[in-house]
Design a binder for this molecule. Structure first.
Ligand code: F6P
Length: 555
């Protein structure tokens, strides 16, 4: 792909940015009564209102043109078509095959992957059925009866944790008789605190790791096995209380989990795109297989929309282009995801991995340094909590932080009209960010409140809101498995489109390797099993190792 920044469209967007020095959204809304309608898009009950963005029709035209020039459509078709677009790992990128609800085959190296996908889904369904109905029993120590499973503990990290943990919290109203827990951190407190209230007789562990080499996961899994065996006193218990989800059958066997209790997936599923695979097993155990399939169906809805809708009416494409507009033409380094839905509390953390591990890249797909800023910093918290924490900076700070506001029209539990209060805040914040408050408005307000001239003069600059701060509003009827599937797939494809625009590989993550390598060398030095060779570390790291190794020895 040729350098996009050299294209006349890129240049025209720079000019368009200059024009915005004299534009304010408040005026544009006043001038164009149809602005909200013009800049909204609906997919079934999912509404994207992007009218409070710093765009006008010509901005959007240029952005869409840029997407065409970047070859977004052909890269999208290559991805869905099973081409090995993950160049550095020589892999296809086919999380979309995992939720392919059509009978279209999906070919990798000429072979259809769909029979394998369906086979694993079938095995998951059978297992989930047995566990949820109590037919799958735990181990029975001598003299005790076998008990049904009540608690599932997923041991995994990154993509083998964040998606399922986020989804289980989001889908709590669909949860049944099985409780789901997630242990990811190698900090022993995570496992210890989780196991504290659990009964080994009724606990099932899922060891989830694509590679089955991840240090944190293997250590936690070993500790969990010890906990189980301390109770059972018999290694046979492992087969009743441990299952694995992985692509690495040999390592699963070596760990001591019967391959009959393993659910596989494939190298063409990236870790952070894997919740649709058997990595979603804790979700299926928690909400049941039908609801899990609804989640897949929601993602499939978005896949079909993404494949077929013209770029100018394509939700993931629009979100991606708006993100690029701020990132590359407004120097916005970050964006905030603000779900007005407490059960989406882990959604920002999930998106952090999805977006930052995918597009946090400094070289192009062919290994040359990128010329423009790439993946943004993602952060967020549920509203209204965030309002009482970091919104100050978004309203009046010196940085431009585009925000995505997300909410459901209906709550699963309305309590004394609290949902309406939540929604009033959900609506007020984007309005405030867009409109701002002028000096004249502040002055009138303060005068009406009885303040004198001197007081008004002193307070006025603090009370002005510049406005013109961009937001997207995403609204759906209710947070169902199908809606959640759509929402996740929307962001997955947004991230993909941005990677195509920046010409970076969204599907590798070499940046996580160096720290892991160094930690491997430091561990024996910390525990005293080895001494560092002179000059192996900088003075700061060497002194810290000495301090901590002394602390470890004396504790
Ligand atoms: O360290 C990063 C990473 O490789 C992520 O990309 C991945 O989701 C996570 O670790 C866990 O990997 P695995 O599923 O192989 O244990």
């Amino acid at each position: 792909m040729s350098d996009l920044t050299l294209s006349p469209t890129w240049h025209a967007l720079k000019e368009e940015r200059k024009a915005w020095k004299a534009l304010h959204l408040r005026t544009l809304f006043a001038r164009d009564r149809k602005r909200a309608e013009r800049f909204s898009l609906q997919l079934d009950d999912l509404l994207l209102d992007y009218s409070k963005n710093l765009i006008r029709p010509q901005t959007l035209k240029l952005l869409v043109k840029l997407a065409r020039e970047a070859g977004v459509e052909s890269l999208r078709d290559a991805m869905f078509g099973g081409e090995k677009i993950n160049l550095t790992e020589g892999r296809a990128v086919l999380h979309t095959a995992l939720r392919n609800r059509s009978d279209r085959p999906v070919l990798v190296d000429g072979a259809d992957v769909m029979p394998g996908v369906r086979e694993v889904l079938g095995r998951m369904g059978a297992f989930v059925g047995k566990v949820r109905t109590g037919k799958w029993k735990g181990f029975a120590p001598r003299g005790q009866g076998a008990k049904a499973i009540t608690d599932v503990v997923n041991i995994g990290i990154g993509g083998s944790d964040l998606g399922p943990a986020m989804a289980c919290l989001a889908l709590r109203p669909y949860g049944g008789n099985i409780r789901a827990h997630f242990v990811s951190n190698v900090d022993p407190s995570h496992l210890v605190d989780t196991l504290e209230d659990l009964n080994p007789a009724t606990t099932l562990f899922i060891v989830a790791s694509k590679t089955f080499t991840t240090q944190e996961t293997l250590l936690n899994a070993q500790a969990a096995r010890t906990w189980l065996l301390d109770w059972a006193g018999d290694a046979k218990a492992v087969a009743r209380h441990f299952v694995a989800v992985s692509t690495n059958e040999a390592a699963v066997g070596e760990f001591g989990i019967d391959p009959a209790n393993m659910f596989g997936f494939w190298d063409w599923v990236g870790g952070r795109y894997s919740l649709w695979s058997a990595i979603g097993l804790p979700i299926a155990l928690y909400v049941g297989m039908d609801a899990f399939e609804e989640l897949l169906a929601g993602a499939f809805d978005m896949d079909e929309h993404f494949r077929a809708a013209p770029l100018e009416a394509n939700m993931p494409v629009l979100l991606a282009l708006l993100g690029l507009w701020y990132n590359n033409f407004w120097d916005a380094d970050s964006y905030a995801v603000l779900p007005y839905e407490q059960r989406l509390a882990r959604f920002p953390a999930y998106l952090q991995q999805l977006d930052m591990e995918s597009n946090g890249k400094g070289v192009t797909r062919d290994g040359r340094p990128v010329k423009v800023s790439t993946g943004p910093i993602v952060f967020g918290e549920p509203g209204t909590n965030g309002q009482h924490a970091f919104y100050q900076l978004i309203h009046q700070g010196t940085k431009l932080i585009p925000c995505d506001f997300i909410a459901a029209a209906e709550s699963h539990n309305d309590l004394n009209g609290q949902h309406a209060v939540l929604l009033s805040n959900f609506l007020a914040q984007p309005e405030a960010l867009m409109r701002g408050k002028t000096a004249a408005e502040v002055e009138t307000e303060l005068a009406m409140a009885g303040l004198g001239k001197r007081e008004i003069k002193a307070l006025l600059p603090h009370k002005v809101f510049p406005g013109n701060r961009p937001t997207n509003t995403l609204l759906y009827r209710r947070l169902t498995p199908r809606t959640l599937g759509r929402l996740i797939a929307l962001y997955e494809h947004k991230v993909f489109v941005q990677s195509a625009l920046w010409n970076v590989n969204a599907y590798d993550q070499w940046g996580v390797e160096l720290g892991k390598q160094l930690a491997k060398a430091i561990l024996p030095e910390l525990t005293g099993a080895a001494t560092a060779r002179p000059g192996a570390h900088d003075a700061s790291t060497a002194a810290l190792i000495a301090t901590l190794s002394a602390a470890l020895r004396s504790s």
